[in-house]
Design a binder for this molecule. Structure first.
Ligand code: GRG
Length: 282
């Protein structure tokens, strides 16, 4: 294990992974408008947190840096699913956002119909990439199962449905936690657990705990940033429900729990996963 900091790991891996993502989609998608709309959001400057976490877990279980590219199809599939979810989330009938990552949102750039199809295309292509990857059948099946379970109607899609249908209703803390776990944490958990499976491990309780905690922490941090920017106070967020200070305390507790969980972990080198927690301190 040579790299100890998550940011150094990303510096090493991200340029190559980004090239892979862009080239693969460019060569596969023949319909020009669809290709442009899919690439517009895929190459819009996302942080690639989920695929980097996936690859970091594989690296932390002793897959060498120069062997990580065997997992790019799966890491890429996770990013395709994330990108689709953001395109659809921005649509007028969902969050109705005109901008994403400082650029026009997909439907503002291409129109609602093309944006829906760009999202559909990314979601479907994700499972094509997993099916076509060179990993063993067991690993590919695990990746399909985990991703479909956590991103579909048993996970992210369910959370999004609760979000849009409960928009003007006040949720309890438990209901809001479930919403955020499904909408945001489940895909992050899928990235971490798929990384473990692909590197040849059984699911570990501590790793799942770590993944769930950072997944929820991710949403809380995003909501705290939005609250600082004066975002809509009617939205179902922790800062709106319990206040900013209580949300900051909850975020700290989650990061502490994630740290305790990962420190109990024996199957993986802990350095990168511990270092990822710095993201919540920035
Ligand atoms: C449309 C089925 C469907 C689901 C949408 C992901 C999602 C569900 C909604 C996004 C709402 C949101 C902004 C949640 C906060 C946490 C989050 C997912 C932030 C965006 O992820 P980042 O920070 O984005 O990884 P980048 O731009 O870096 O890729």
């Amino acid at each position: 294990m040579e790299i100890k900091k998550f940011s150094d790991f990303c510096d090493q891996v991200l340029p190559d992974f980004n090239k892979f993502l862009d080239n693969k989609l460019k060569t596969e998608i023949k319909q020009a408008t669809l290709r442009d709309a899919m690439l517009y959001s895929l190459d819009a400057g996302g942080k690639r947190v989920r695929p980097m976490l996936f690859l970091a877990v594989a690296y932390s279980s002793s897959i060498k840096l120069d062997k990580l590219s065997q997992f790019y199809d799966i890491a890429g599939a996770i990013e395709l699913v994330h990108t689709y979810s953001l395109i659809h989330d921005d649509l007028p009938e969902m969050d109705d956002s005109d901008y994403r990552r400082g650029k026009l949102s997909n439907h503002k750039q291409f129109g609602v119909g093309p944006a829906v199809l760009a999202g559909d295309g990314l979601l479907t292509q994700a499972f094509y990439w997993i099916a076509k990857s060179n990993l063993s059948t067991d690993k590919r099946m695990a990746a399909v199962r985990i991703l479909a379970h956590n991103a579909g109607p048993m996970g992210m899609v369910a959370g999004q449905m609760t979000d849009i249908t409960m928009e003007n209703k006040v949720l309890t803390e438990d209901e809001l936690t479930t919403l955020h776990r499904e909408k945001t944490a489940d895909l992050i958990t899928a990235a971490v657990t798929t990384g473990a499976f692909c590197a040849g491990h059984e699911l570990s309780k501590n790793l799942v705990q770590y993944a769930n905690d950072i997944g929820l922490a991710f949403q809380l941090k995003d909501d705290l940033n939005d609250a600082d920017d004066g975002e809509d106070s009617n939205k179902n967020t922790f800062p709106n429900l319990i206040g900013k200070e209580a949300t900051e305390a909850k975020l700290k507790d989650l990061v502490k729990d994630a740290l305790n969980a990962v420190l109990k972990e024996n199957e993986f080198d802990k350095n990168l996963l511990v270092s990822f927690l710095d993201y919540f301190k920035e």
